[in-house]
Design a protein around this ligand. Structure first.
Ligand code: SF4
Ligand SMILES: [Zn+2]
Length: 363
């Protein structure tokens, strides 16, 4: 049986072209860090975010071409980075944040590697251990969050991490994106099934009896080839599913158009639009009544040309309402704007027209 899907041919080609355009930069130039208010398991606190340069996401570099919305590979040095170099970069970025604002009060450290922190080909085990030992010296750091694809999650690696930070929460964030296998495999090209995901959840759940380990998922709002109404439904159903299988926290990521992705190709051809901010509000309204675990809606890119967009009059007000809802975990407050009728029409008719663009939206 031929199971090849249309994206199987397109994605590797788009990725190859995008990688040719990447200016190779040395690893230390690709590192970044920042900090800000955040919601932690213990309540409002502060997060320090550190981006480490690694050889790049193994899935994006594989023949599959990686995920249809992601361009993180373009921010990777695409060469081996030694353990010593990674630890030095971590120390430098961490110190930079501590100097700006001392660590006092509940703090989380979130390490982003534009791929999988638990893949030893991306972050060598020596570097992982050295970084965790540094973090463990800070008592006010309550949580350490890393990202990983499910295939790198196993008992051994989780235990190793938890034992290095025994009094802290260790959270693994996975890009589940959608609970729907068809959407995840054929529109996002994520390359793992719900069954694969559940296997890693079972490992995390088993270890919870002895360790402070947690699971978070990212859910993508409006993948390519998805209408506005389908995007809302999928986001809500996926959150219910995630809670049902024992996920501890959810972060929604509404699509923004990354350079060099299939999403960008479709957007440039008028075949895709990121979601409305109204859709993000609608999802939060419904999800707050349905699930009990903490849910965050990422607002990066809101109101920009490549991100979720309403109209110039209400973009920033609705973004603020979502940020407030994230911190307090409350239903976003009621708001009206004249652009809302266009969104309503789009939600109502997008399935009839099978359109993934917003026909009435003009900006
Ligand atoms: S979304 Fe994650 S798994 Fe997919 S290509 Fe990007 S970094 Fe890799
Ligand atoms: Zn508006």
């Amino acid at each position: 049986m031929n199971t090849k899907q249309p994206l199987d041919n397109l994605l590797p080609e788009i990725r190859r072209k995008a990688l040719k355009r990447v200016d190779n930069r040395p690893p230390h130039e690709l590192a970044a860090s920042w900090s800000g208010d955040d919601l932690m398991y213990s309540g409002p606190g502060r997060s320090i975010f550190i981006v480490l340069p690694t050889p790049g996401c193994a899935w994006a570099l594989a023949g599959s071409g990686g995920c249809s919305m992601c361009s993180y590979i373009a921010d990777s040095p695409l060469e081996e980075v030694s353990s010593d170099a990674l630890v030095d970069i971590f120390k430098r970025e961490f110190q930079r944040q501590i100097q700006k604002c001392e660590i006092t009060g509940p703090t989380a450290i979130k390490i982003f590697v534009s791929g999988s922190f638990l893949n030893e080909e991306e972050i060598p085990v020596e570097a992982r251990r050295a970084i965790f030992k540094i973090i463990n010296e800070y008592d006010d750091v309550e949580e350490v969050v890393v990202e990983s694809r499910p295939e790198y999650i196993n008992e051994e690696v989780l235990k190793d991490c938890c034992q290095l930070i025994p009094n802290k929460i260790f959270e693994v964030a996975m890009g589940l994106e959608s609970a729907n296998d068809d959407i995840r495999l054929h529109r996002i090209n994520k390359g793992f099934t719900t069954e694969d995901f559940q296997k890693s959840m079972n490992i995390i759940k088993k270890l919870k009896t002895d360790f402070n380990v947690r699971a978070k998922v990212y859910l993508l709002v409006k993948p390519v080839l998805t209408s506005e109404s389908e995007a809302i439904e999928d986001a809500v159903i996926s959150a219910e599913y995630a809670e049902g299988v024992g996920v501890d926290r959810i972060a929604y990521c509404p699509s923004t158009i990354h350079k060099g992705t299939l999403m960008e190709v479709l957007w440039r051809r008028g075949s895709y639009q990121p979601p409305w901010i109204w859709s993000a509000i609608e999802i939060m309204r419904r999800v707050r009544n349905l699930v009990k675990i903490p849910v965050i809606m990422d607002t990066a890119g809101f109101g920009t040309r490549r991100g979720p967009f309403n109209c110039k009059k209400c973009n920033s007000k609705l973004k603020d309402a979502i940020i407030k809802s994230n911190i307090k975990q409350t239903i976003p407050e009621e708001f009206e704007c004249e652009c809302k009728v266009k969104w309503e029409a789009d939600v109502e008719f997008s399935d009839v027209t099978r359109s993934t663009t917003n026909i009435l939206k003009n900006h």
